[in-house]
Design a protein around this ligand. Structure first.
Ligand code: ADP
Length: 261
């Protein structure tokens, strides 16, 4: 379980998060949604202790994260972020093996078991054939899969992802999120695409300028009257065979005056 209680954060004087609460219960996928600049990435960074909140507390399975050492956090929590691994001159296997480091003792080298875990993780994400390639030379979609494999090799109960569908074509977006939804880990995921959030998240949390506007099941939060004032875009929700789809169009002048009134 991941719990964030009353999280506040500021960059200098600029308050970016104000009393934010998020709970991901065991095995759940919770989506963080909201417009650009609403604080999603900052919140995620407090969840993996890359940023210390000014107030409030993050806990993993009820253990306050600030009482845990880095290595213990890494045994419990894996993170897939955009900048992860970047330009390092590593092969794909080397990169995935980084996920094993929290499990090694000081100066211990990777064992055959670590290599087996890394290979299994690559197979799981459908990237086994990339094992010997240079990570830096992969496409965006391939990199994303490999970063998820590294997180899997870390064998944690908790997973955080920041926009894992960036750079992916539509089929891969669904493949990556389907993969995430088959994992038996507690997951918090930043997503821009609200239709993907609707399909794959158990709950969503809608951030707006550093506060929570709405939280709950996707069908309750992803409604036109909730989304329109936050994103300032017209939203239409259409029933489909297996749920709903959101359609978007810009406000016209009539819409803008209606909102202002
Ligand atoms: P989101 O992920 O929802 O786009 P962010 O958490 O990245 O939002 O940003 C929230 C706000 O904090 C924005 O106004 C952004 O400009 C600001 N911000 C983000 N990172 C920094 C930083 N390192 N220093 C100062 N301000 C920042």
């Amino acid at each position: 379980m991941i719990t964030a209680e009353s999280i506040s954060f500021a960059y200098g004087d600029a308050v970016v998060l104000d009393g934010v609460e998020v709970t991901a219960r065991p095995g759940q996928i919770v989506g963080l949604i909201g417009p650009n600049g609403s604080g999603k990435t900052t919140l995620l960074r407090t969840l993996y202790a890359a940023l210390a909140p000014r107030a409030g507390q993050v806990s993993l399975d009820d253990v306050p994260i600030q009482t845990l050492h880095r290595r213990d956090i890494a045994k419990r929590l894996a993170v897939v972020v955009q900048e992860g691994g970047g330009e390092l001159p590593l092969t794909v296997t080397d990169l995935v093996l980084l996920g094993r480091i929290p499990h090694l003792s000081t100066f211990q080298r990777h064992t055959t078991n670590d290599y087996a875990i890394a290979a299994a993780a690559l197979t799981r994400v459908g990237a086994r054939q990339l094992a010997d390639r240079a990570f830096a030379g992969l496409s965006g979609g391939e990199k994303q899969r490999v970063l998820i494999a590294r997180a899997l090799a870390q064998q944690t109960d908790h997973l955080l992802l920041d926009e894992p569908t960036n750079h992916l074509d539509i089929r891969y977006q669904h493949e990556v999120l389907q993969l995430v939804s088959t994992l038996d880990v507690t997951t918090i995921i930043v997503l821009h695409d609200l239709n993907l959030a609707a399909r794959y998240c158990d709950e969503v949390v809608l951030l707006d300028r550093g506060t929570i506007r709405a939280a709950g099941r996707p069908e309750d939060v992803l409604r036109a009257e909730v989304l329109e004032p936050v994103y300032r875009i017209r939203v239409q929700r259409v029933r489909t065979d297996d749920g709903f789809q959101l359609l978007f169009r810009p406000f016209d002048e009539r819409d803008t005056s209606e909102l202002a009134s």
